[in-house]
Design a protein around this ligand. Structure first.
Ligand SMILES: Cc1cc2nc3c(=O)[nH]c(=O)nc-3n(C[C@H](O)[C@H](O)[C@H](O)COP(=O)(O)OP(=O)(O)OC[C@H]3O[C@@H](n4cnc5c(N)ncnc54)[C@H](O)[C@@H]3O)c2cc1C
Length: 459
């Protein structure tokens, strides 16, 4: 095995690790990045369609106030374009398909019965989120109370109609890909609070909307162009196929052992979700707070399915390509066509419950179920794409699910501070550690910038 030494060794070449490497190199430090996969980007991935092109298989969109990923995108010379959003959205509920406009005051929320209840509940959610210090939800005055219940418990304490209940759960599954009973109310409040920047406080609308929200903008050539170009700039500082197995710290420094290479360094940055970091063997053992946090911060479950068509035919029918459904394996869709619309690509999310049910199903079975969903939502033409592809994040060893790690009741108040607190020579990054836009690419970049400063000061 090769033996290398550097000032800092970074574990993980996702956006967080690569950003930290960029900043440390700029500060004159020597850096080695060890990446388990054969590619950079982690949860940002160009899914091969089988004809030499790709579609967004993981992260896809950015939106207003996501300033740090926007700046990095510009720095890497990657172009962006607006998500296709002209026309009506499809709402499929109780076996009925209806169409709705999204330019009214409800934005992306379908006008179901009970939408007034829903708006009142969302309003109260927004007001509670204003009391949450971004990135430090455990310091909210009512942290104990809010972290003692799931989002499900809280939402049911409002006299919500069936439609409003469905949409409340859809809000959680479409943003976190967990069920609303899986996640603490405090976690959700922090997620809302984090959907902003230093000058514009977070709010629910910015999380869920396409126009003026987190789904507003896409990347020409896919967002993976950003980590690919950043990794290329870092050159042979980034080592692939190097899963880190062990991190040992002594008074002399740290030794990080990966398959095929050992790196000794003054400081270590672990840049990944807490659940994935828990696979690494740490010597001496991590403090209990951190070890236990890593046992309590599971990933959501999610897959993305795409179908390729000669044209984006739904556009000609006055549809955005966006849908919300209460049945079928696909519950949310988007138009993933290239910027010039030269062909049509429809993308469907397969949420936590649906992908879990299909856990052992062969790909053909998932494909048939997904095409059935597309057909119900967008008509028979949607049943016969020329190409299809699927990315099942739950099957990815080095992600363990997606899009983000979540916390059940009690975790943030009792263990949250361990998300970012350095442990000896080991520092933590990854979108889960971010204040603003935790869970998003922007949060990953922010965490990389924060940890580079932290380590720079410590060196
Ligand atoms: C389906 C899906 C849709 C999403 N949609 C969006 C979206 O539209 N917009 C948005 O902003 N965000 C979206 N996200 C979230 C976004 O992808 C993440 O927030 C972000 O990419 C996380 O970056 P990271 O660097 O923190 O972690 P990761 O990308 O997970 O990077 C961690 C890296 O560490 C590597 N690694 C893990 N273990 C080891 C080890 N032991 N040794 C060496 N390397 C290791 C992994 O291979 C990976 O490369 C989505 C995610 C998914 C899955």
């Amino acid at each position: 095995a090769a033996a290398v030494s550097a000032d800092v060794v970074i574990v993980g070449a996702g956006l967080a690790g690569l950003t930290a490497a960029r900043d440390l190199v700029a500060a004159g430090r020597s850096v080695i990045v060890l990446e388990a996969r054969e590619r950079p980007g982690g949860r940002v991935y160009g899914l091969p369609l089988g004809d030499g092109t790709t579609s967004e298989g993981g992260a896809e969109f950015i939106g207003p106030t996501q300033d740090r990923i926007a700046a990095l995108t510009k720095e890497m010379g990657v172009e962006t374009f607006p998500t296709y959003n002209t026309g009506k959205n499809v709402y499929y509920r109780n076996g009925r398909r209806s169409l709705y406009a999204t330019d009214g005051i409800l934005g992306a929320v379908p006008p179901d019965w009970g939408v007034v209840d829903l708006q009142l509940a969302l309003l109260s959610l927004g007001n509670m989120a204003k009391e949450v210090p971004v990135g430090e939800p455990w310091k909210a005055p009512k942290a104990e109370e809010w972290d003692s219940q799931t989002f499900h418990t809280w939402s049911r304490s409002h006299s919500l109609s069936n439609g409003a209940r469905f949409l409340m759960d859809a809000f959680i599954s479409s943003t976190l890909s967990v069920r609303s009973r899986d996640v603490s109310l405090l976690y959700v409040l922090n997620y809302v609070a984090s959907a902003g920047n230093e000058t514009s406080p977070g709010n629910v609308d910015r999380l869920i909307n396409t126009r003026n929200g987190a789904q507003e903008t896409r990347f020409a050539g896919g967002p993976e162009q950003v980590p690919i170009r950043l990794a290329a700039r870092l050159g042979d500082r980034v080592r692939y196929n190097a899963p880190v197995r062990r991190i040992a710290s002594t008074s002399a420094g740290a030794a990080v052992t990966a398959d095929g290479i050992t790196v000794t360094a003054k400081r270590v940055i672990v840049a990944m979700s807490p659940a994935v970091a828990s696979k690494i063997d740490f010597t001496p053992a991590l403090p209990a707070s951190r070890l236990q946090l890593m046992q309590r911060y599971p990933m959501g479950s999610i897959a993305k399915f795409v179908g390729v068509y000669e044209t984006p035919f739904w556009r000609a029918e006055g549809l955005t390509g966006q849908a919300i459904a209460d049945s079928g394996v696909i519950d949310v869709t988007f138009d993933n066509s290239p910027p010039d619309g030269s062909r049509g690509i429809l993308m469907g999310f397969i949420n936590q419950s649906n992908i879990r049910r299909l856990d052992a199903a062969p790909p053909e079975e998932v494909k048939a179920a997904a095409l059935d969903s597309f057909g119900r939502l967008f008509g028979d033409k949607a049943r016969s794409p020329s190409l299809t592809a699927m990315q099942r994040w739950d099957n990815e060893t080095w992600s363990g699910g997606g899009p983000v790690g979540v916390a059940a009741p009690g975790v943030l108040t009792d263990f949250g501070a361990a998300l970012r607190a350095p442990c000896g020579l080991v520092h933590w990054a990854g979108t889960e550690t971010s204040g603003h836009w935790t869970g998003y690419m922007d949060g990953a970049v922010r965490s990389g910038e924060r940890v580079a400063k932290e380590v720079g000061t410590a060196l």
